[in-house]
Design a protein around this ligand. Structure first.
Ligand SMILES: [Zn+2]
Ligand SMILES: [Zn+2]
Length: 170
């Protein structure tokens, strides 16, 4: 399976290289696309955030794989204050935001290992949705729902046995 990484912004902390190498260990072929333009219409002036669905809709579709958009912008979905990511369930595209994964967002000092670990967890979570996985009740499974950074940190960076069985691609 191919994964196409589509960056919406400049990433200067090695995020893209890290995602490329870790995802290729799991899924095989990973390609990085040229930087995408953020559509003006995605910005919500009242919320000072970006509409995740609009960014997701702007990702290219590939017949032979999944597109994973990555942005450093703060993204939201209709009924939520913010989201870490969004995906088309059983679709072709997913999106993650690094904005609230960076420890400096929480006033902590930068910790590359922790930051990268959170990025891969969110990437695997959203890719899991694209592959048809629903949220998992196992709090340590990467498919468990996370609405806070505590929940992100609690889960492991991989699919539980049950989710793996459903995935059936490994
Ligand atoms: Zn989810
Ligand atoms: Zn699971």
């Amino acid at each position: 399976m191919n994964i196409y990484i589509a960056p919406f912004n400049d990433f200067k902390k090695g995020e893209i290289e890290f995602l490329k190498s870790s995802l290729s260990k799991i899924f095989g072929s990973v390609k990085v696309l040229p930087k995408l333009k953020v559509p003006q219409s995605a910005y919500n002036f009242f919320r000072r955030q970006y509409n995740a669905s609009l960014l997701l809709e702007n990702l290219p579709i590939f017949k032979d794989g999944i597109t994973l958009g990555i942005t450093s912008l703060d993204i939201y979905a209709d009924n939520l204050n913010f989201i870490f990511g969004l995906a088309e369930i059983k679709g072709k595209r997913a999106l993650i935001s690094t904005y609230r994964l960076d420890p400096t967002f929480y006033g902590e000092s930068f910790d590359k290992d922790l930051y990268y670990l959170r990025i891969i967890k969110e990437a695997l979570h959203e890719i899991g949705h694209v592959l048809g996985l629903p949220h998992c009740e196992n709090k340590t499974c990467v498919m468990s729902f996370s609405n806070s950074i505590f929940e992100v940190d609690r889960k492991s960076p991989f699919y539980c046995e049950n989710c793996l069985k459903k995935l059936n691609i490994f």
